[in-house]
Design a protein around this ligand. Structure first.
Ligand SMILES: [Zn+2]
Length: 177
């Protein structure tokens, strides 16, 4: 897998604080980028009705068209993934200015940005790299909700439990036999 394009300063670097040194911890990353618990609703839905029905603050209810993925054809919306709306999801609000929901798919989350979906061989985008570092910093397979509403565990499970259960930090450090 070629991570060069993701690791460039113009890519992953756009999510980092301006005065970054050699390493940035998960706390610093989530000061500049947020994983926001939101309810994503159909574009025809009336936000005030959703707010009233669920007794939640309106600033955490979002129409699909307001997500950055709505602006680019190759970027899927939650409903494109068969997710029934309204849906409580984790929405990444990034230092680079974009807002992409993380979509529960298979047994983990996938970012909905165009970079990830434009080419089938791209296994990771800068947002997922950030998410992996944040989850790794907390030693959890679940991403934290740094702002907004609590969302179900399924909407925060970044890494498959099956992968997590088999993972060993030593893999790759020992010579192949
Ligand atoms: Zn992404």
């Amino acid at each position: 897998m070629n991570l060069y394009h993701v690791l460039k300063r113009s890519s992953y670097g756009s999510l980092l604080p301006p005065s970054v040194g050699h390493s940035v911890d998960a706390g610093e990353l989530t000061e500049h980028n947020a994983f926001v618990g939101m309810v994503v609703v159909d574009d025809r839905a009336d936000i005030r009705t959703v707010v009233r029905e669920h007794e939640i603050p309106g600033r955490f209810v979002v129409h699909e068209r307001e997500l950055s993925s709505a602006a680019v054809k190759c970027a899927p919306l939650p409903s494109d993934f068969g997710i029934d709306l309204p849906a409580p999801l984790l929405v990444g609000e990034y230092a680079s200015g974009s807002r992409y929901p993380l979509l529960p798919w298979s047994d983990g989350l996938v970012c909905s940005c165009p970079y990830k979906h434009d080419r089938p061989w791209r296994v990771l985008c800068k947002h997922e790299l950030l998410a992996a570092i944040v989850a790794g910093g907390k030693d959890s397979i679940f991403l934290p909700v740094t702002r907004g509403l609590e969302v179900p565990h399924r909407a925060r499970r970044f890494v498959s439990p099956a992968i997590a259960s088999r993972h060993s930090p030593r893999i790759g450090a020992e010579p192949y036999r």
